[in-house]
Design a protein. Structure first.
Length: 367
């Protein structure tokens, strides 16, 4: 029996084989210096990443979730405060708010599947302190509209750029529009560490100093703890691997853009709906998400043709059991719910071959 080649939704091994030698050499340097927690290799990555994003500062931390938590703490957001976030996002966006003791206030998305500025206005109260906009799937949200709301209501804007390393809004790299931007370097991201990792970019030195303390047990001088802190440092091996990969991110992102363009041009099945891409958005296509009415039938069709799909994300935040105390029910955020119940992620990574992309398109169109 001949085993057929399957097309995976994500191929981490393919990417890592291309940079294996450089990463192992970087690991050797970490070992020589025994700089395993924080240290020079994290600092090197911070400098390279801030230059890439165009921010004055970048801070390496343990993962994307803690980057959101630290951003909330640096803004002095806590119990009694509310932070507006989209209902259709990975749950970590909400965790950052909850871990700070504040309340996440969910709002629906618009037809771009990004946070809806009109719904934000309706959700603002005298307890609202910030808005976290998520560049979902690697596509920028409408930053100008959200910033205008923040300016008029004296609110902080935080970018959740966990999926958007190198995405551009009106020609400018995201990560510099709000008070801070928060990143995940989870291995499956466009820029992923060999392990867990996260980061924060900002132009405000005050936030940097506070986060440096918070991520290191609340101290600026060793063993002198000024506040209750956390062990949220980035590891040296993670920093070293990210520095290597950062040199390739633009070429990897451009390959994703090329694949996405082909999907948009050649997927013509009227039963398959693609994400709307506004003129202002130059995304990096961390995920390529489509919607269909019968999700399971579509997934089965792909699987029968050796294509593996994924779900991002099958349950919206407001319907998660963890947030049942907020009292939400089905129907509260219909667009986010439709997206969750009907979305499928097609294969999307820089190592996809032209033949594989062509096959995905052919099989999608044959559904």
């Amino acid at each position: 029996m001949i085993e057929r080649d399957k097309i995976s939704c994500l191929d981490l091994k393919g990417q890592h084989q291309t940079v294996k030698k450089e990463i192992f050499e970087a690991f050797e340097r970490v070992y020589e210096k025994t700089a395993f927690s924080g240290g020079p290799f994290v600092e090197e990555f911070e400098k390279k990443f801030s230059k890439y994003i165009g921010s004055k500062y970048a801070i390496g931390v343990g993962n994307g979730t803690v980057s959101l938590h630290l951003a909330m703490l640096a803004l002095d957001i806590g119990p009694g405060d509310e932070v507006i976030i989209p209902a259709n996002t990975f749950i970590a966006t909400a965790w950052g708010v909850s871990h700070a003791g504040a309340t996440p206030v969910f709002v629906d998305c618009d037809d771009t599947w990004e946070i809806d500025p009109l719904k934000i206005e309706e959700a603002i109260t005298n307890k609202t302190k910030a808005i976290i906009g998520v560049h979902l799937y690697g596509q920028p949200f409408d930053i100008d509209k959200i910033k205008d709301i923040c300016d008029r209501h004296n609110l902080f804007l935080v970018e959740d750029a966990a999926q958007a390393h190198g995405a551009r809004y009106k020609g400018k790299t995201v990560g510099v529009f709000g008070e801070m931007a928060c990143y995940s370097f989870y291995p499956g991201k466009n820029l992923g560490a060999c392990g867990e990792g996260g980061g924060i970019t900002t132009n405000n030195k005050k936030y940097v100093e506070r986060i440096h303390s918070l991520r290191n047990h609340g101290c600026k001088v060793r063993y002198f703890h000024d506040e209750i802190g956390y062990n949220y440092r980035m590891g040296g091996l993670e920093g070293a691997s990210l520095s290597v990969k950062l040199d390739y991110i633009e070429s990897w992102n451009n390959k994703r853009r090329s694949i996405a363009e082909k999907y948009h041009e050649q997927i013509i099945n009227p039963k398959v709906k693609l994400q709307v891409v506004p003129d202002y958005a130059d995304g990096v296509h961390h995920l390529f998400v489509v919607t269909v009415e019968d999700k399971q039938a579509f997934v089965n069709h792909l699987a029968e043709n050796d294509i593996n799909a994924a779900y991002h994300y099958p349950i919206p935040c407001h319907l998660q059991k963890a947030y049942s105390y907020l009292g939400h029910k089905k129907g509260d955020f219909p667009k986010s719910e439709y997206l969750a119940f009907h979305c499928i992620s097609l294969p999307m990574y820089a190592e996809l071959t032209d033949a594989q992309v062509d096959k995905v398109i052919r099989i999608v169109n044959s559904y």
